[in-house]
Design a protein around this ligand. Structure first.
Ligand SMILES: CC(C)=CC(=O)SCCNC(=O)CCNC(=O)[C@H](O)C(C)(C)COP(=O)(O)OP(=O)(O)OC[C@H]1O[C@@H](n2cnc3c(N)ncnc32)[C@H](O)[C@@H]1OP(=O)(O)O
Length: 257
């Protein structure tokens, strides 16, 4: 497939998707959604790929949902199209997705970054939910995911004032896993993704599923789910290989089985 709004590459076992609408600071429109889903689902289905990195430009990961695409829509348009619901499909990608964020991650850009499994931020990153300044509110998950990441007080502050959070505050608040110098962002994200891609793919996907379950269920159900998945891992050849390799003081040779 030829892409117009994203660049799709591979680096060893890592799939890289770069948002590429530089003139609009990577604003997210229907075309970006369509292409991002196609590329991420293709990587998900590709047995040679073990992890995905989603990134933007130096200036902007994404400055939000495309305001110009939305501005003339009516309530009925939005309701009948179930506008933004398509983005949830991105969260159903089973392989780990790392968001590598430099510059602006605003509105839908911040929300897309939060759909990734974790975020590595450049020291230039700025996160925000400025929708309130446009007379609306977050619609791609910001009021829900941001609150789970940073807690009610900070989420209210961000969503009600529209202020931006810099990378240091984002790290302190638990929104991002680490902050790196801007020039090292892609290398660091690729290093993390390559590490994940070198591990047992079924174990990695099961782990992602278990961590995500913690957001959707009670603690006791989550703990039971974790134990059941953990038990099931003893049916993997990779569990035998991983533990044998440790005992024999050698590197494991995972077969993804
Ligand atoms: C409504 C919901 C549910 C979700 C949303 O995401 S709404 C959008 C939320 N995001 C924003 O409100 C941020 C909008 N952008 C800005 O405030 C500024 O662009 C900036 C602070 C990020 C950067 O300012 P700067 O002066 O450096 O750059 P601009 O000249 O303003 O932008 C360059 C170019 O990009 C276009 N642009 C930027 N953001 C968007 C966007 N979200 N949608 C559509 N287009 C966007 C901007 O219009 C300009 O293009 P033109 O020169 O052709 O107008």
């Amino acid at each position: 497939m030829a892409y117009e709004t994203i660049i799709v590459e591979t680096h060893g076992k890592v799939g890289i998707i770069t948002l590429n609408r530089p003139k609009a600071l990577n604003a997210l429109n229907s075309e970006v959604l369509k292409e991002l889903l196609a590329a991420s689902q293709a990587f998900d289905a590709d047995p040679e790929i073990g992890a995905i990195v989603l990134t933007g430009s130096e200036k902007a990961f994404a400055a939000g949902a495309d305001i110009k695409e939305m501005q003339s829509k009516t309530y009925v348009d939005m309701y009948l199209e179930d506008f933004f619901s398509g983005w949830e499909a991105f969260t159903r990608v089973r392989k780990p997705v790392i968001g590598a964020v430099a510059g602006y991650a605003l509105g839908g850009g911040c929300e897309l970054a939060m759909m990734c499994d974790f975020i590595i931020a450049a020291d230039t990153a700025k996160f925000g939910q400025p929708e309130i300044t446009l007379g609306v509110m977050p619609g791609m998950g910001g009021s829900q995911r941001l609150t789970r990441f940073v807690g009610k007080s900070k989420a209210m502050d961000m969503c009600l004032t529209g202020r931006m959070m810099d990378a240091a505050e984002a790290e302190r608040s638990g929104l991002v896993s680490r902050v790196v110098p801007a020039g090292e962002l892609l290398d660091e994200a690729l290093k993390a993704a390559a590490k994940i891609a070198s591990l047992s793919l079924p174990a990695v996907i099961m782990t992602k599923e278990a961590v995500n379950r913690s957001y959707e269920t009670t603690l006791s159900e989550g703990l039971r789910f974790e134990r059941r998945v953990f038990h099931s891992m003893f049916a993997l050849e990779d569990q035998k290989e991983g533990m044998a390799a440790f005992s024999e003081k050698r590197a494991p040779n995972f077969k993804n089985r």
